[in-house]
Design a protein around this ligand. Structure first.
Ligand code: KIV
Ligand code: ZN
Length: 515
């Protein structure tokens, strides 16, 4: 029987903290459900003390998502541990993950304390965390650049204080696989109480070694890998979950280790993270890139036709790449859509059939055929009917040609009232955005604009992702439509709704303070 390696997903914490615009509570909840379907062992879903919004979303996930252990991050200080313990309270199974830096560089310049002082703080925090849960993880931040004997000292005390998982992050992505494996072996051989804890690894990808380092560490005896979907995370990212999970599955013969990951959920989770986080996946990315299973050379194509394993070590179905595309038209009924969505792994609770069907028919009329990817995109972006949104798009009417400036008239429904304005610009998108600014009189600045095609060929949908700034905060808006000007306007309308919701939350807080 092979040993199990625990998968600790930190997409919603380390991954999320690297995004240009924070995710909404709804986005995080949707992703949390998807991550739990992957059957990860632990999911780290936020840093509750960092903001009231983070606290609320950790609490909501802890209440609503079942299956994995729900974990929150906390520095080794009282207020962090208390916030984390409170936010996680509703979870069936909860873990507090507390950390302090241990490398000479971090101790001297960042914390300005000795290793002994850091050890005392760690011990106190672990003991405090144990009042909230028996499942406490302790991380030695920048372990990769910490002398091994220093690690042994603090780890022994952390275990004695009640930590049952010890994580050794390569915080800056500096070490190489052999060095990292040697560090794990040193701890296994020199910490007297090491048998009372599971060793964990957390690798960043600054030198492109996060996955290789994680695999070397489990070969040396670590039994938990911390990772993110698509490898998103600080700077060059974290260890990619789909890669380690598939390495352990495909090379079980050699590594004799396994995970409990449901690999058929990988592709869908990857698509969803990419879309919701506005982080495109490079086409040649292992496992989930668009070209991961595409054979271009004639020799390879010929080989695969004769015997698939000549050039393919795993089939696309293993990671859940849909094998067939069922084309749907305006004649397809609700039950066909529901059936197709359930084949794609969506449950009826994931979407509102009535609003989805309305969008489906509108799209089918425009495009003729609606593909799987259209359906998925509708779920991600139009899942919740916009009927209740404060800002709604009524119409956009733009004209442009190569000889003159573009003009656009945009109609919005704001709080139930119809308003419209016209403007000109260098192109129809700029003209539309100016028209919206005229309507709202709000100075929303677009700092990033991305246009992509979702789907294949001429029938693709335009997908627009923008990062916009208002009042010092950044917001991510996404819009999808057959017409790219409409998609751009939809992305902007989404931003306005996010700003509106953020203002409502801050009004409520003000009222509470005043009351
Ligand atoms: O990279 C790191 O060291 C971390 C810790 C907080 C675990 O993310
Ligand atoms: Zn990290």
């Amino acid at each position: 029987m092979s040993d199990k390696v625990w998968i600790f997903d930190t997409t919603l914490r380390d991954g999320e903290q690297a995004l240009k615009a924070s995710l909404t509570e709804d986005d995080k909840l949707q992703l949390a459900h998807t991550i739990s379907r992957l059957n990860v062992d632990v999911m780290e879903v936020g840093f509750p003390v960092s903001s009231p919004a983070d606290f609320r979303s950790v609490q909501r996930i802890a209440t609503e998502v079942k299956g994995p252990i729900i974990c929150g991050l906390a520095r080794a200080v009282v207020k962090d541990i208390e916030a984390c313990g409170e936010a996680l309270r509703p979870a069936e199974q909860r873990r507090i993950h507390t950390f302090i830096a241990t490398s000479p560089l971090h101790l001297e310049h960042k914390l300005r304390m000795s290793l002994d002082q850091a050890t005392e703080m760690a011990v106190k925090s672990i003991k405090l965390a144990r009042n909230y849960t028996d499942d406490v993880e302790f991380s030695c931040e920048d372990a990769g650049r910490t002398p091994h004997d220093d690690l042994c000292r603090i780890v022994e005390r952390a275990i004695a204080a009640g930590a049952s998982t010890i994580n050794l992050p390569d915080t800056v992505g500096y070490v190489t696989p052999q060095e990292y494996a040697a560090m794990i072996s040193h701890l296994m051989n020199n910490v007297p109480n090491i048998d009372k804890a599971r060793l964990s690894v957390h690798c960043h990808n600054d030198l492109g070694l996060a996955v290789a380092n994680s695999i070397a560490a489990v070969q040396a005896g670590a039994r938990q890998i911390e990772c993110t979907i698509n490898g998103i995370g600080e700077r060059a990212g974290n260890c990619s979950m789909e890669e380690v999970a598939m390495i352990l599955k495909m090379r079980h013969d050699y590594l004799n280790l396994h995970t409990d990951i449901n690999s058929e959920e990988i592709y869908r989770a990857s698509r969803q993270v990419s879309q919701i986080c506005n982080m495109p996946v490079q086409p040649n990315k292992a496992i989930v890139g668009e070209n991961a299973f595409a054979h271009s050379s004639g020799i390879h194509q010929d080989g695969v036709l004769k015997a698939q394993n000549t050039y393919e070590i795993m089939s696309p179905e293993t990671v859940g790449v849909p094998s067939n595309q069922l084309n749907m038209t305006s004649r397809s009924g609700r039950h066909v859509i529901q059936h197709r969505l359930s084949e794609l792994g969506y449950q009826t609770g994931d979407y509102d059939m009535e609003s989805l069907y309305e969008s489906f028919l509108a799209l089918a009329d425009q495009k003729g055929t609606v593909y799987d990817y259209d359906l998925e995109a509708m779920i991600h972006f139009n899942k919740i009917s916009d009927k209740d949104d404060y800002y709604q798009l009524d119409f956009v009417n733009s004209t442009s040609n190569s000889q003159s400036v573009a003009s656009s008239t945009v109609g919005l429904v704001i709080g139930g009232e119809k308003v419209s304005e016209a403007a000109t610009g260098n192109g129809p998108v700029e003209a539309s955005y100016k028209a919206i600014k005229r309507i709202t009189a709000m100075d929303v600045e677009v700092i990033e604009y991305n246009l992509d095609a979702t789907g294949a060929g001429e029938s693709s949908l335009g997908q627009v992702d923008i990062i916009a700034k208002f009042d010092g905060k950044q917001y991510h808006g996404a819009g999808l439509a057959a017409d790219i000007v409409e998609a751009s306007v939809r992305a902007m309308v989404r931003v306005y709704n996010l700003i509106y919701r953020a203002q409502q939350v801050s009004d409520i807080k003000q009222q509470r303070k005043a009351g």
